[in-house]
Design a protein around this ligand. Structure first.
Ligand SMILES: [Zn+2]
Length: 381
């Protein structure tokens, strides 16, 4: 059974959208599994191929094969997720993209934890492959090699699933971000050096591998491979940025980065008053209060949409968002940023019941820039 559904907001425009462009297909062990819409396009592509193809049986088998393949990808991601959970790290979701799956965890693990979490995914593929080898060995036990070959021939699907799992396991162990091997390498390095340094070294190795692959792809005219190389190259750069942020935010509390000079709107405010506040301040989002209690958050988009739909004299309460991200002043900033990446938009910070401040993407970026300069000018600090 799943958890009770979150309470619906009044207006459809205000429905919380935890994951845009994705459909939830299942929940396993409390972890929601999403299909990204680009993945649906891939399935449709195969489905069209299977019904319009010249050899329909063969293509229908292909469609089933793709589904089995992605079941293996889900199991791979569950491998990461369940090990993360064993270490007490919450897993927010697993999302399937055409290029593979991503399990999102809400906290940066220690190097030792990251090592085991990263290894758990490929390990799942090797276990599946191992089970299929045992299966084929058992059914292939026959007196003559001819009969054995014939029996295994009829279980061609098992051979295909077996090889695909071997490829998945091995491919993911390539020591380059965003593959698991990149994380394994970083974890091993981070046991001996600072985390951001370890990430930079691992990312460099990954980028060199990607460049070599890209070169190989160009001289051999393998455009798909070039695409993979580009993807790996960019993934490595992204990882360095994330690691740098992680280090800059280490041991920093939310209260140090929050906006405290904050304008609120009374719940009886009209869109006209909200628009005046929008122009008069640099704020884009306004907490809506009733007395001392915060009852919602009005974003600039909702404000403009509401104003267009209902006119400037309508009340903001009809279009404010009642489901917004919340934090406490003493929460860790880096864990909080991960939450913000999952549920984008500003967050309100509450000291007990009292509104203490707001965190937006812009002021977080400003905070990081300042920390970066501080770190460069006073490296010892
Ligand atoms: Zn993986």
């Amino acid at each position: 059974m799943s958890l009770p559904e979150p309470t619906e907001a009044e207006s459809p425009a205000e429905k919380p959208m935890p994951k845009p462009w994705s459909y939830r297909i299942a929940t396993i062990q409390g972890i929601p599994i999403y299909l990204h819409f680009t993945f649906l396009l891939l399935l449709i592509f195969f489905a069209i191929g299977s019904f319009g193809g010249e050899r329909p049986d063969y293509s229908a088998a292909n469609l089933i094969f793709v589904l089995v393949l992605f079941a293996c990808v889900v199991l791979h991601e569950l491998g990461h997720s369940l090990v993360a959970r064993r270490y007490g790290i919450p897993v927010s979701d697993i999302t399937l993209y055409p290029i593979g799956g991503i399990a999102r965890i809400e906290k940066q693990p220690t190097p030792r934890q990251e090592l085991w979490i990263a290894l758990a995914g490929p390990a799942v593929n090797f276990v599946i492959a191992g089970l299929l080898i045992v299966y084929l060995a058992v059914i292939g036990q026959a007196r003559t090699p001819e009969i054995a070959t014939a029996v295994i021939g009829r279980h061609f699907w098992a051979l295909r699933v077996l090889s695909v799992n071997l490829i998945l396991g091995l491919f993911n162990l390539i020591p380059a971000f965003p593959m698991d091997g990149g994380r394994v390498l970083r974890a091993l390095l981070a046991m001996r050096m600072p985390f951001d340094r370890a990430t930079a070294v691992a990312a460099n190795i990954g980028q060199i591998l990607a460049m070599a692959t890209g070169f190989l792809a160009i001289v051999s005219n393998q455009w798909m491979l070039l695409f993979v190389a580009l993807f790996v190259y960019m993934g490595a750069g992204q990882e360095v940025v994330v690691a740098r942020q992680e280090v800059l935010m280490k041991d920093v509390a939310v209260k140090e980065a929050m906006l405290t000079d904050l304008r609120t709107l009374p719940h009886g405010a009209t869109f006209r008053q909200a628009a005046e506040a929008l122009l008069a301040t640099s704020q884009h989002d306004f907490p809506v209060v009733m007395g001392d209690e915060v009852i919602g958050l009005l974003s600039r988009d909702s404000m403009l949409r509401g104003m267009a739909a209902e006119g400037p004299d309508a009340y903001v309460a009809s279009h404010m968002n009642r489901e917004f991200l919340k934090a406490r002043p003493e929460d860790g900033l880096s864990d909080f940023l991960r939450k913000m990446q999952i549920q984008p938009g500003p967050a309100l910070v509450f000291d007990g019941e009292k509104l203490a401040g707001m965190v937006t993407t812009e002021n977080l970026m400003e905070f990081l820039m300042i920390r970066q300069i501080e770190a460069e000018t006073h490296p010892a600090a």
